[in-house]
Design a protein around this ligand. Sequence first.
Ligand code: NAP
Length: 487
Amino acid sequence: MSANTLRNPSVAIIGAGMTGILAAIKLREAGIDDIVVLEKADELGGTWRENTYPGVACDVPSHMYTYSFRGNPEWSHRFARGAEIHTYFKQVAQEYGVDQQIRFGEALERCHHVDGQWQLHTSKGAELTVDFVVAATGILHHPAYPDIEGLDRYQGEMWHTARWNHDVDLAGKRVGIIGTGSTACQVIGNIAERCGQLTIFQRTPQWIVDVPDQQYTEKDKAGLRGRQDKLSALSRRYAMALRNTFSKAVTGKKIPLALMSWAAKRNLRKSVRDPELRAKLTPDYPVGCKRLIINSTFYEAVQRDNVLLETAGIERIEEGGVVTADGQLHEVDVLILATGFSPFNFMRPMDLRGRDGVSIDQVWERKVQAYRSVCLPGFPNFFLMLGPNTPIGNYSVIAMSEVQTNYVLKLIDQWRAGKLDQVEATEEAKQRFNDYLREGMGNTVWVGGCQSWYLDADGDPAMWPYSWKQWVKELEEPDLDDFRKAA
Ligand code: NAP
């Protein structure tokens, strides 16, 4: 079929973060121009717009954390800072004209599949009808607030790391921070020096590896300007290194896992001299079970005289501070919640109803699953970006989104060529895919006995348990036998 006989679909993309921008660029490149991007905030950038906490940076090497088609010679460090990543996405959206297609300050509230199309209702009261919906709403987007008695009674300043209050100056203040994940480690390394006293409330210690954070010089940057070939080569080099180390280690390959364990244990041994403190910081679960933290500032900060690592466990919170299980009240002026995110919401809360009026909350009531992370039986012509079991972890989510976007485009091509009107994976295919995932999980480190945001309510990891190569292969071509046939 020639290009001018192809049907031209209308597509709504939910969210103008990294994946939403990518989807818009790729759809336009494929000749699909009837696109609207609905963004509830007043600015694009997703996680990099929302996370502005001190020390925010990406722990995936910057030259790998870019779109493959648009490298960035301007990165300041091996691990790019949050603000410069945000700038990068704004620049790319502008260069590719995507910013013109974004409707800012307009959230998608209702999304119903009616008579073969999607009927949308936005927070501004607009009604839209489209052929396809792409949910590019991110994973780590909904802050998780800890369920601790008395949290609402606390009288000092309190905020979640994803909602940082920049109006409060921490200099000289008594600050408490709950959590010791990737976010907390970055925050602690950055603020410890300026706080009067910093108390870290650690529930579970974490494994940390230190990868040197090289600063790029003007000369380095100049050598990369206008050289997409060099930028791509750099990106490929980092990607290969990560695949051969982290990705293999977490999916159970013995030698990479042993090396990763060695690196994390050595880092702790070398960085923390006091045996008592070291014991407090030593996890009792295998390296990689929780997401491995890449950080070079936390161990130094935790050994400062004005920093206390409190491991007694939080009993309750009172007006003036945090009471630990040993009965001690830790008075703090500011309480920072570095308690992570609810990763199983995806596009919810949203009144999303598929074929026959089935709601997403009903479908996901027992288990959050999808077909190849992208498709949902019962929800034709609806695609998830970074959906359940995308191989997140210590790898670039941009690379993952690019693979998923190509897959989605191939499915939309079926519609454009008139081969399918309703692109909908079957329930049986979804089940088979999830059985296949379950078979692989036993080999992974995520089932190593720790608690983490990777695990769903049943304790099953929402991760990809096989190799990156295998994942790319799965998404290379749609298997049309897994989709409902035209009626
Ligand atoms: P997280 O890894 O889920 O860590 C949450 C922390 O809060 C944990 O230490 C947890 O303790 C603690 N916590 C939660 N509820 C608690 C409670 N009721 N009482 C005491 N402690 C509680 O969250 P995160 O640090 O925000 O990181 C989430 C993910 O964001 C990372 O894994 C990563 O994927 C991404 N991230 C990436 C970067 C980057 O550089 N690319 C930076 C930051 C974040 P337990 O361990 O005991 O549950």
